[in-house]
Write a protein of this length. Structure first.
Length: 181
């Protein structure tokens, strides 16, 4: 069994994301960036066998959950921006072609943040601005980002368990400045 990886220390007081005009959205996006950094640390060293390891009775492996988190972020943000998901990006997010390669999976996550999330949020002046989706649902940038924070956290915990079940232990810890200071 591989040695236990000393994981990235958890951080809760994180810097706001650069380039967003709304301070609240910048703070929420900064928290999303921190969750992405946590996920990167969790899977970047794993071989393809661990990324695609599917323990009995489970329906998702690390690779499919990583693509799912990136796809969901892209989907919610494109709905918020009232525009369709780019077909080529959607194909990359729904294809299992990258599943055995941690770097390729993480590039997909970074691509969504760089090409979709940040540009869509950059000029929004109000986190509470109500947007009507094509299907008539109402939501706000705040609500979408709060959902994405929950979504990345929820699946991040699953990914931590899947990493351990694949035989690659990971030690969770706190950063020395986890709560500020």
């Amino acid at each position: 069994m591989p040695e236990c990886k000393a994981g990235r220390g958890r951080r809760y007081c994180v810097p706001a994301s650069d380039g967003l005009v709304c301070a609240e959205l910048a703070a929420l996006c900064g928290a999303l960036d921190e969750l992405s950094a946590r996920h990167r640390d969790l899977i970047e060293d794993l071989p393809g066998t661990a990324l695609c390891c599917l323990p009995p009775g489970l329906g998702n492996h690390l690779a499919s959950l990583t693509r799912h988190m990136a796809w969901a972020e892209c989907r919610w943000i494109t709905m918020l921006a009232c525009r369709p998901m780019a077909p080529e990006l959607e194909q990359a997010l729904t294809s299992d072609a990258a599943d055995g390669d941690a770097a390729a999976l993480l590039c997909l996550c970074e691509r969504v943040r760089r090409e979709v999330t940040r540009p869509a949020l950059a000029g929004l002046p109000d986190a509470g601005q109500v947007v009507t989706a094509e299907d008539g649902r109402l939501f706000t940038p705040r609500g979408v980002l709060q959902h994405l924070l929950w979504h990345w956290t929820y699946h991040g915990g699953q990914c931590g368990l899947l990493r351990r079940l694949s035989g690659h232990p990971y030690r969770w810890s706190f950063d020395e400045h986890a709560f500020g200071g």
